[in-house]
Design a protein around this ligand. Structure first.
Ligand SMILES: NC(=O)c1ccc[n+]([C@@H]2O[C@H](COP(=O)([O-])OP(=O)(O)OC[C@H]3O[C@@H](n4cnc5c(N)ncnc54)[C@H](OP(=O)(O)O)[C@@H]3O)[C@@H](O)[C@H]2O)c1
Length: 277
């Protein structure tokens, strides 16, 4: 297994559902992990918990859409540990104001009686694009330079099932995640001469704080949409955050994945392979 000891790893969205499991695995296997997140209290709490267990982490408040925040984060990381070896671009998500209420057009939206595409909140739409796209491009720019300086390392982006085919209701998220897949391929080709591999993971459906309301009922059952997801998932369940760890570990492994760059690895219980018929 790839030795993580003393590797300097930057993780954005570090205190989130999926990345907190990834961070914990890295930190408990000897990596020096910089936990970046938008809410200071969340990254500081996770960092303190891990450091109390003997790990070596830094909790840094940084908005991934702010070049200034990211440069300040890099300065802190360099002062403590030097340039990064690995970047995990985990920050991302949806803004509920940029969702359509229904899955398809209804005449009611023309009279303003339904929140459809024609009435979608333009600022929220733009912010969602920025959070996901700029939030992947900017950290790749700010931290990727340090990885290239070392001449070896990798970047992992977070794609989605939306990267392949848009799901209903979330057009901004679908555009952004398709863009992230495309950017992964572009950056992989661009950075190959620098010794930096760039890949993505595409989670299927994992329950997080926001999706719980959408996919589950109060008594722990599946909502109508949750049931639709599960019935299109051959393994008939949602993923567990810990199930993302192996895919990320493989892709950052400089021996096992030495010739792997520009790919996107789905972790989806078979969702992509299932037509639903
Ligand atoms: N869960 C799924 O089923 C699923 C499926 C496909 C793809 N994904 C992708 O996987 C990644 C992780 O998802 P998740 O389920 O773990 O989501 P999550 O629990 O909502 O975590 C996302 C994290 O990103 C942080 N974040 C959001 N905007 C940020 C910004 N501007 N600057 C810095 N940090 C920011 C959030 O911080 P705050 O809490 O402080 O806002 C949060 O800690 C995301 O890219 C998501 O799109 C998830």
């Amino acid at each position: 297994m790839f030795d993580l000891k003393d590797k300097v790893i930057v993780v954005t969205g570090a205190a989130g559902t999926l990345c907190s499991a990834i961070v914990e695995d890295f930190a408990k296997n000897g990596a020096r992990v910089a936990l970046l997140g938008r809410t200071r209290s969340k990254v500081v709490a996770l960092s303190e918990k891990l450091n109390n267990e003997g790990c070596c982490t830094l909790g840094i408040c940084a908005d991934v859409t702010s070049e200034l925040d990211l440069k300040e984060a890099l300065a802190i990381i360099k002062e403590n540990w030097g340039d990064p070896d690995i970047l995990i671009n985990g920050a991302g998500g949806k803004d509920h104001r940029a969702l359509t209420e229904g899955v398809e057009f209804t005449p009611e939206e023309l009279s303003g009686d339904a929140n459809g595409f024609f009435g979608i909140h333009s600022e929220a739409f733009d912010a969602e694009l920025a959070m996901n796209i700029q939030g992947t491009v900017l950290p790749s720019k700010i931290f990727g330079a340090g990885i290239a300086r070392k001449g070896k390392g990798s970047i992992i982006n977070f794609a989605s099932m939306n990267s392949y085919r848009p799901l209903s209701r979330a057009p901004a998220y679908a555009i952004a995640k398709a863009g992230i897949l495309n950017f992964t391929q572009w950056l992989a080709a661009y950075l190959a001469p620098a010794g930096v591999r760039v890949n993505a993971v595409a989670p299927g459906f994992f329950i997080n704080e926001r999706s719980r309301k959408l996919l589950m009922t109060d008594d722990g059952g599946f909502s109508e949409r949750g049931q639709q997801v599960v019935s299109h998932t051959p393994m008939k369940r949602f993923g567990e955050a810990a199930e993302m760890v192996g895919a990320v570990r493989y892709l950052i492994d400089d021996q096992q994945a030495a010739f792997v760059t520009g790919i996107c690895l789905p972790v989806d219980g078979g969702f992509l392979s299932c037509s639903g018929l």
